[in-house]
Design a protein around this ligand. Structure first.
Ligand SMILES: Cc1ncc(COP(=O)(O)O)c(C=O)c1O
Length: 431
């Protein structure tokens, strides 16, 4: 059913007075206390999503499995502490993500490091911290790590394979096609050569095989294609990986029209599990499966709240609704032409009477969050809620126009805690 509630956090509802509430708080009171733009994460949604992943894994996958959250979707130190409490691991791509994860208490044995151009210091940090695996992306990465690993033990690594397939998602979110910057390609022999080199070099312990074909994908069959291709190259190199990771990337609906695209996370895990079992059927062995979803865990758990500054009428009759955030905290509409829904916090179920274009506050004509949305009558001072705002908004946020990044809240058991204070640029840039 196309229902706005399926885009909202589990704890969202509408009060008897018709106000949007999350847990027991109205948006108005949170906005007054913490200011806007404001991001709010609902703990229940994150926890349930992780539980759903766990249930699917235990239902469909007969071997061991580990969920490693893709920190790039959203990360902060308190958020990392919540992830640690939930007992899952993380996939990281930078020194700070490693630092936050370790300090928050995430076990190094549940951390793996990605990146197509890792620095020496990132590689060294990963070695010193004894993380589960460094994911080698290309020959430069491999050579750099060879020179750095002076210890007399083997560095645990995975190899990232580029399966050279096209997936149905925005071109900027495709990462497994032949011309992508990520991973060792198969067709030119790079993947096979790298596997053979890693197997013969005592500096490395080649534990696992990895691929990540892109993000915001709804078709489970593209995953089976990628897994078959990457495991075929392992077989050709006479290697039986004990760990297999088909990445993350499972999509979430962002607006009502996308709800029908969503075939469900269960199909993703079922298909991955079936494909790996097919590939290992001639052995008496089932590998450890790693999944690294980011968006699917946090996107729907988060909402963005903006204050409406004013409404401008254009000569052609269009109405521009100006909010106090925009491309600085959500680059997705400009980068991927991403579409969203929006709700008026003060009247979320009101009958739509006017069509608005929602524009941000930044000095760019492309700073448009929603090309069109039908809403009840809006006034300056009202609050606009954008659902499905938990992934790749704040983690990609900027300080364009020297606007500070928003405050971020976490709501759990009817209590609010701050995940990120509203940024104070004067303090953080003073040197
Ligand atoms: C290597 C890798 N794994 C996992 C992810 C997570 O993807 P998503 O957030 O779409 O699940 C990404 C994101 O692009 C990634 O680059």
């Amino acid at each position: 059913m196309k229902n706005i509630y399926s885009l909202l956090p589990d704890s969202a509802s509408v009060s008897e007075n018709g106000d949007f509430i999350i847990s027991r708080f109205t948006i108005k009171e949170l906005a007054e206390k913490y200011g806007t733009p404001l991001y709010i994460y609902d703990a229940v949604t994150v926890q349930r999503n992780i539980q759903i992943l766990r249930n699917c894994l235990s239902r469909y996958y007969p071997g061991d499995s580990t969920i490693t959250y893709a920190a790039k979707a959203y990360f902060s130190y308190p958020f990392a502490q919540h992830i640690a409490k939930m007992g899952i691991g993380v996939d990281i791509v930078s020194e700070n993500e490693l630092l936050f994860a370790l300090k928050a208490g995430i076990s190094p044995h549940k951390i793996h490091l990605h990146g197509n151009n890792k620095t020496d210091s990132e590689l060294d940090g990963a070695i010193q911290s004894n993380i589960h695996a460094i994911v080698l992306d290309n020959f430069d990465d491999l050579n750099r790590l060879t020179h750095l690993s002076t210890r007399n033990y083997s560095v645990p690594v995975w190899i990232r394979i580029n399966p050279e397939i096209d997936v149905n998602t925005h071109p900027y979110r495709q990462t497994g096609h032949a011309l992508s910057k990520f991973g060792f390609t198969i067709s030119d022999g790079q993947a096979e050569n790298a596997i053979r080199e890693l197997l013969s070099n005592p500096k490395f312990q080649l534990r696992g095989i990895h691929t990540h074909i892109g993000s915001q994908i709804f078709d489970p069959h593209t995953y089976s294609e990628a897994i078959h291709k990457m495991l075929a190259v392992a077989k050709k190199s006479q290697w039986l990986p004990v760990e297999v990771c088909p990445g993350g990337g499972w999509g979430v609906p962002y607006h009502l029209e996308e709800i029908d695209l969503d075939t469900g996370i269960e199909h993703w895990i079922k298909e991955i599990s079936k494909t790996i079992q097919e590939e290992y059927q001639d052995t008496s062995f089932i590998p450890h499966l790693f999944l690294e979803p980011g968006r699917w865990i946090v996107a729907r758990a988060g909402i963005a709240v903006y204050r409406v500054g004013g409404i401008k009428s254009l000569p052609n009759g269009e109405k521009l609704l100006a909010i106090d955030g925009g491309m600085g905290d959500n680059i997705r509409p400009s980068l991927y032409q991403a579409k969203y829904e929006a709700l008026l916090a003060e009247n979320p179920l009101g009958k739509p009477v006017t069509r608005y274009k929602v524009v941000g506050r930044y000095c760019e004509s492309g700073d448009t969050l929603l090309e069109e949305i039908d809403l009840p009558e809006v006034q300056a001072g009202n609050h606009l809620i954008i659902p499905v705002a938990g992934a790749y908004h704040l983690s990609m946020a900027s300080n364009y126009n020297l606007v500070p990044r928003p405050a971020v809240l976490w709501i759990e058991n009817g209590e609010v805690t701050v995940l990120q204070k509203r940024e104070n640029l004067w303090d953080s840039w003073w040197c």
